[in-house]
Design a protein around this ligand. Structure first.
Ligand code: GLU
Length: 323
């Protein structure tokens, strides 16, 4: 058996193992998300040398939701620099739900950029003078990371804009404490738009592989993100990427990751590969049930945990190049 077919077989095996798992519920708090087909299931793995392995409904598009957060955080670091960003957002795990209405009590900054409060503060930083320009700058980056043209789900954007009062409350709380400026609706439009980007598993795997590959898209070879800030984002994904499951995730899977309520999840194996799973049935913490299962399984069977004793940083690539 060749090594590449071993990887394809590993994806197929984990797909077969989880395809009959029907636990969890599709998110409904944004009404339009309730239309997702609950049993859709796709997995994709992209390596830093540009190989892509997929199984199931990997072409099915869905909204990126919170998986936009690490990429928007990267944009803010690139545009404003580390210190300016850290003045507005901490990098501490909150241990609370993604939409919790709370700020760090001493500085009144949001706990981290991976929860809604932090992501709205980041959106406020990267918005431009016109709404269109800020959203376009984000799309341009995401298209470069995916390596293809991407669209928005306008219905999800309208649905979230109409019902996102909890996020509006968080934004006004941050306005009160001087974390965001007075253009609250503008910042929320930036944030809601970021969440409404349509992607499939291959797009997300390529975005994750771009993070793994020092900010360079493994296929187009374009430098999408500044190398200097990639490690900042991976560190925060490692400690805060899975909402209030982040600690257990780091323990069990051991990879920087981000999940979204649309049912997507990405994981990054630094300098090696990106993984993406789509399955919209969520657990009570808002993470894809199958997505978590698949990542746990792949981390175990491919030896991907950051502190795995067999993972010497390039073991997976050596394995691949043994073909
Ligand atoms: N747009 C969603 C919200 O702010 C994103 C949440 C998520 O994926 O965690 O409610």
């Amino acid at each position: 058996m060749t090594t590449t077919s071993h990887i394809q077989d590993a994806l197929q095996t984990v797909y077969e193992k989880y395809k009959d798992v029907h636990d969890g519920e599709v998110a409904t708090y944004i009404p339009e998300l309730a239309k997702a087909k609950p049993d859709d299931f796709g997995i994709c793995l992209a390596t830093v040398d540009g190989q892509v392995f997929s199984v199931g409904d990997w072409q099915q598009e869905f909204t990126i939701q919170s998986i936009c957060k690490p990429f928007a955080f990267l944009m803010a670091l690139e545009e404003c620099g580390r210190e300016a960003v850290l003045q507005k957002v901490c990098v501490e795990p909150s241990g609370d739900a993604f939409n919790s209405i709370e700020l760090e009590p001493k500085t009144m900054r949001p706990f981290n950029p991976m929860i809604n409060a932090g992501a709205i503060a980041i959106a406020s930083m990267i918005k431009k003078s016109s709404r269109e320009e800020g959203v376009q700058a984000y799309v341009d980056k995401m298209q470069m990371a995916a390596g293809r043209t991407l669209d928005f789900d306008d219905a999800v954007l309208a649905s979230e804009t109409a019902t996102g009062n909890r996020n509006r409350a968080i934004a006004y709380l941050m306005l009160n404490f001087g974390i965001i400026d007075a253009a609250v609706d503008h910042a929320l439009h930036q944030y809601f738009s970021q969440c409404s980007l349509l992607v499939n598993c291959a797009d997300l795997a390529m975005m994750a592989a771009t993070l793994a590959n020092m900010g360079i898209n493994p296929v187009t070879r374009n430098q999408v993100f500044e190398l200097e800030y990639v490690k900042d984002v991976l560190a925060v994904m490692f400690t805060c990427g899975l909402y209030d499951y982040a600690g257990e995730w780091a323990y069990r899977v051991g990879l920087p990751a981000k999940s979204g309520v649309g049912g997507g999840i990405i994981a990054v194996v630094n300098r090696q590969l990106g993984i993406a799973v789509y399955s919209p049935r969520l657990d009570p913490k808002g993470n894809s049930v199958r997505g978590i299962g698949v990542c746990k399984e792949l981390a175990l069977h491919l030896g991907l945990h950051a502190f795995e004793f067999t993972n010497v940083g390039s073991s997976f690539m050596q394995w691949l190049s043994a073909d």
